[in-house]
Design a protein around this ligand. Structure first.
Ligand code: CTP
Length: 212
């Protein structure tokens, strides 16, 4: 299969030296890209700024901002049979980007933020028979929020994790996730290396593709 994976954070510039971002390390998305390539699939990885090596056999496309990631996904989605949106896309960006470094001054500074494009929503019209997998990083009730996003984003599967746990989510080598299928079924994967979760996910994608 042709599998398109996004990974890592995005950076939203405020001025030439500052940006807004998040704690995503890219490890989960990179593990998925690696597992998919190992299983013999053609893999393109659209990556935000991370400190990770490109997995063997993977074609990597580097981007920085949410807008650039949206453009890259739009450009490559018709190539794929499965899209895995593991990236932690910034939802907000500074409404204006200063061309010069902002100088400090007395008192407070108020930033105005505007929404970035919702990438999954923007590629919804291109879905057709493609398999779309999303992630939900939550600090509250992961299952309820994930089920809401699965339906709202028209996904085939959502991978939910509670990022407030020390053994799951951002910056750690392990994860503990719930796989929630559009058929309503839920599968819990207890704390495991991200590589193991990644290969479970690839197996799920292969099985779903066979059903089609
Ligand atoms: N996502 C996306 N475009 C965005 C933000 C997120 O395509 N601008 C994708 C993520 O890659 C992930 C899924 O949508 O696969 C859910 O991301 P998440 O940040 O958990 O959800 P949001 O839609 O941002 O919802 P909320 O802010 O309510 O948590």
């Amino acid at each position: 299969m042709n599998i398109l994976v996004t990974a890592g954070p995005t950076r939203e510039a405020l001025d030439p030296v500052r940006f807004l971002s998040n704690r995503s390390s890219g490890r989960m998305g990179y593990a998925i890209a690696a597992a998919a390539a190992q299983a013999g699939h053609a893999v393109r990885l659209i990556s935000g700024p991370v400190a990770l090596e490109t997995p063997a056999g993977v074609e990597r496309i580097d981007v920085v901002s949410a807008q650039a990631m949206a453009d890259a996904v739009q450009a490559h989605v018709t190539w794929c049979e499965a899209l895995v949106m593991a990236a932690a896309v910034a939802d907000w960006r500074p409404a204006t980007v200063s061309p010069a470094k902002l100088k400090k001054h007395a008192g407070t500074l108020t930033l105005e933020l505007e929404r970035t494009p919702d990438i999954l929503a923007s590629v919804q019209p291109l879905k057709g028979a493609r398999i779309y997998v999303g992630f939900a990083a939550e600090t509250g009730d992961p299952e309820a929020e994930a089920r809401r996003k699965l339906a709202a984003k028209g996904l085939d599967l959502i991978v939910a994790n509670d990022v407030s746990r020390p053994d799951a989510g951002f910056e750690v080598a392990t994860n503990a996730v719930m796989l929630i299928d559009s058929d309503g079924s839920l599968r819990q994967i207890e704390t495991a290396p991200k590589a193991e979760i990644a290969s479970e996910l690839v197996t799920w994608i292969e099985a779903r593709a066979k059903q089609a």
